[in-house]
Design a protein around this ligand. Structure first.
Ligand SMILES: Nc1ncnc2c1ncn2[C@@H]1O[C@H](COP(=O)(O)OP(=O)(O)OP(=O)(O)O)[C@@H](O)[C@H]1O
Ligand SMILES: [Mg+2]
Length: 589
């Protein structure tokens, strides 16, 4: 059998108290050539009950005194243990959960080391090893079958080893399964700090890297389909449109574009009639002239720009505008317009317009129309136009509009390191939406392919606290990710996120995660959140979190029967994420 260490003396609910025989306080013991660990906190013991071995984890240890009268008041100390059952062995297989409890006088034995790895990897050892158990130093094979079809959260303070764990997890996955997962699964990493753009995770030809850059023009751009760009939701995301007035406005731009899409020269005709409408409106508007100037600055000839520059608003009832000649008064009959501007406007070329410019032109046209017809308040929509104007120069550098579906590689790393703050918020949303929609359209039921979205430093986009942005827009952003995390599983879409501050991330999102790798965390708010959202975290493992060292983490969640403390292996130098601590000794010499 094994080394007997004590016997049960009390059972109180699921708390078991054992009396321990003195010798067993040694660290390591040998019995019939096998190695055993002595009893101490977080070690395992096995209590025999009939044909079953009930496995308990030691939670506390103390001394109790005992006085024997007849020995002349001599005090004896008895060593006692508190233990909690975690499961049992039956017919040689481990089952987790408290189904059987021991009884008083049952004997307790030490557990052989190989039994421990059987408990944690359920006897299945298919070599999916990212690390070893911290205390036992046993390599443990993770249940990949149940892990990668779940949402995963990796949490821990800065420098605690999150990126290493994340990278290790997927490096091992690709090393072992690359042949069988290509064509069936896609992996996308949103990389805020450019940590995964080198040799990490997997090499050519399976990996492609997009280094998006909003500061200088570069080759790498994220492809959106035309239909995806000309979509109310997308444009509302891109330009942070407010829900009540700006969104319907965008909607009108798009539906107008769709309605006349097959009509020859429709945009040109639309421009022409809008110009004419402004200068012969029944109730003319001064602001409309500015909007026309915006349009001409995108596609007008110099002559048009000059002419518009010299036209002035004079208000009044009889006439609205005058110029460039002192007698060029415009009124509702349109005669002056036809004479002065008609031919110049006819010179406009709309053929070489790209999608971004077309958007500026259409937005200005739409506002002009809506405004002179009295549909909208100018000041409600104008901020949107300003935003379109100011964001487009950045967007142009990071997005391209394509006609054909792009076929992404097994792994796509999208680095946002060189993006400005605004784009760091917007692009992840756009990218996630793109992949999610595309996957949803292609996938069958039940899912015949999967899509894995990996977000390192997820607090960048999923935090509830950022006060710098518009309320409704923030909701929208969280909503999309909340939808993915709530509904994604049905379509085979899974999220892995890593963050320093779980408490900052929307609680809807954290509470929907299935599995966790928790590194060192010291902040009370974070720990409190974990207590409340992770049902599988027990008190003993929880108490370890603030004191874990680099690369140690607690793995827990629906895919693990029991929480376990892992020492994640550090990746080889060239496979490590580019997030090394600065080595001052070498830097400052
Ligand atoms: N398992 C490990 N064993 C030993 N060292 C490790 C381990 N994991 C990470 N480290 C080291 O710790 C440092 C920080 O690791 P890492 O970048 O993974 O932390 P992080 O939690 O992602 O930090 P941040 O939140 O700042 O991104 C690195 O220098 C790395 O080499
Ligand atoms: Mg990191």
């Amino acid at each position: 059998m094994s080394i007997i260490v004590g016997e049960v003396i009390a059972i109180n609910g699921v708390k078991i108290t054992l009396k321990v025989f003195e010798e067993s306080s040694k660290d390591t013991l040998y019995y019939l050539g096998e190695k055993y660990k002595g009893v101490s906190i977080r070690e395992y013991i096995s209590i025999q009950r009939g044909f079953r071995d009930i496995i308990c984890i030691v939670e506390g240890e103390y001394l109790d005194e005992n006085k024997f009268e007849k020995d002349g008041n001599k005090t004896n100390y008895i060593r006692k243990l508190d233990a909690k059952p975690i499961g049992y062995f039956e017919h040689g297989a481990f089952n987790e959960g408290i189904k059987y409890l021991p009884m008083i006088k049952d004997s307790a034995f030490l557990l052989k080391e190989d039994k421990i790895s059987e408990i944690y990897s359920k006897g299945k050892n298919d070599g999916f090893v990212i690390g070893e158990m911290l205390k036992e130093e046993l390599p443990i094979s993770l249940p990949w079958q149940k892990l990668f079809n779940s949402h995963i959260g990796i949490f821990g303070n800065t420098g605690s080893g999150k990126s290493n764990t994340l990278a290790k997890l997927y490096t091992v996955l690709f090393e072992q399964k690359v042949d069988v997962i290509t064509d069936k699964s896609k992996f996308v990493i949103l990389d805020f700090n450019g940590e995964y753009t080198g040799e990490q995770l997997i090499g050519e030809p399976y990996k492609s890297t997009l280094k998006l850059n909003t500061y200088t023009a570069s080759e790498d751009k994220f492809p959106l389909y035309e239909a995806e760009f000309w979509n109310t939701e997308t444009l509302s995301i891109l330009f942070q449109a407010t829900a009540n007035t700006q969104r319907p406005f965008i909607n009108r731009i798009i539906s107008g574009r769709d309605r006349f899409r097959d009509v020859h020269n429709s945009l040109f005709n639309y421009i022409k009639s809008t110009f004419s409408a402004v200068f012969s409106a029944a109730s003319p508007k001064a602001e409309a002239l500015d909007l026309l100037r915006n349009i001409s600055s995108v596609l007008g000839t110099d002559e048009l720009k000059d002419t518009l520059k010299n036209i002035k608003w004079i208000g009044g009832n009889a006439h609205s505008f005058v110029g460039p000649g002192v007698n060029d008064y415009y009124n509702a009959d349109g005669v002056t317009y036809a004479r002065v501007l008609g031919d110049i406007v006819d010179q406009i070329q709309t053929n070489n317009l790209d999608n971004f410019d077309e958007l500026i032109v259409r937005a200005n046209l739409q506002l002009t129309r809506d405004f002179i017809n009295g549909y909208v308040q100018f000041e409600h929509i104008q901020p949107l136009l300003k935003r379109i104007d100011s964001s487009l120069s950045g967007l142009r550098k990071v997005i391209c509009i394509v006609e054909q579906a792009n076929n992404f590689n097994l792994l796509t790393v999208i680095s946002l390191r060189k993006c400005n703050q605004e784009m760091k918020k917007i692009l992840p949303l756009l990218i996630a939406k793109h992949f999610y929609q595309q996957h949803k359209n292609e996938v069958e039921n039940p899912p015949n392919k999967t899509m894995h979205l990996i977000i390192d430093e997820a607090h960048n986009i999923l935090s509830q606290q950022s006060s710098s942005e518009h309320e409704s827009w923030k909701d929208y952003r969280l909503e999309l990710f909340e939808e993915i995390i709530k509904e994604g599983r049905k379509f085979g879409v899974f999220i892995t996120l890593s963050s320093q501050r779980p408490a900052d991330i929307s609680s809807t999102i954290v509470s929907q995660l299935h599995n966790f790798f928790i590194h060192r965390l010291v902040n009370e708010r974070d720990l409190f959140l974990l207590d409340n959202t992770i049902s599988t975290l027990d008190a003993l493992s929880r108490s370890l979190i603030p004191n874990l060292s680099k690369g140690n983490c607690i793995a827990t969640g629906t895919s693990f029967d029991l929480p376990m403390v892992l020492q994640v292996h550090r990746l080889d130098k060239e496979k490590q994420p580019d997030s090394e601590d600065v080595d001052l000794e070498s830097l400052w010499t």
